[in-house]
Design a protein around this ligand. Structure first.
Ligand SMILES: [Zn+2]
Ligand SMILES: [Zn+2]
Length: 206
């Protein structure tokens, strides 16, 4: 009996299968691989759908991965040939065997923790990044200096301008301030009421 499950994988009713779920169903793609290799799959083995169509359980579309990690590598665009892993560099698009010579290791040294760019592109990118950082730093320093000088020269001018603006927009500012005050008086009163009520309640409880 076939039944598509929620993730659109096909499940088959096989209550005698050693790894069936509580309702007696097994994924069809696992059954197909098991039939092909002539043994049951272990719990850590994962079956990958090569064309990524989860219902397509033709044996040609299925690939057995020894672990979850191998499976995620495949989804990250790696491929395996003769027990060796390969991937393309996203920058130069050349294909390399994945090892510590071609890809530098990122952070903690553990298997699979390789930078996505090849070593050469990685180096170029690092240099580019450092240049940008340096350029930005220079720019910030220059800019800060310019701002400081401008403020020094225009302090009086700015004060005068602010004053003029305030004079010109007296009505507007007053209106705004009044509205703000009115809005906030209500809020503060409510807070005070709540606080008093809580205090009284606390006293009563004690
Ligand atoms: Zn997959
Ligand atoms: Zn590259």
């Amino acid at each position: 009996m076939k039944k598509p499950n929620t993730k659109s994988y096909v499940e088959i009713l096989a209550p005698n299968h050693p790894s069936c779920n509580s309702k007696g169903y097994v994924f069809e793609h696992r059954l197909v691989i098991e039939k092909h290799i002539g043994r049951y799959l272990t719990g850590v083995e994962v079956v990958h759908h090569i064309n990524e169509i989860r219902k397509d359980n033709n044996i040609k579309n299925l690939q057995l991965c020894k672990t979850k990690k191998e499976h995620s590598r495949i989804h990250n665009g790696w491929w395996v040939d003769n027990e060796k892993w390969f991937k393309n560099c996203p920058d130069c698009n050349k294909c390399f065997e994945v090892n510590e010579i071609n890809f530098s290791v990122r952070g903690k040294k553990c298997e699979g923790n390789f930078k996505s760019r090849c070593r050469e592109c990685s180096r170029k990118q690092d240099k580019r990044y450092k240049d940008i950082v340096r350029h930005n730093k220079d720019y910030r320093i220059k800019n800060a200096k310019r701002t400081r000088e401008w403020t020094k020269n225009n302090k009086e001018k700015k004060k005068q301008a602010d004053k003029e603006y305030a004079q010109k927009n007296k009505e507007k500012i007053k209106k705004y301030k009044d509205k703000y005050r009115k809005d906030n008086i209500e809020k503060i009163r409510k807070l005070q009421r709540d606080w008093h009520r809580n205090k009284v309640l606390n006293l009563v409880i004690k």
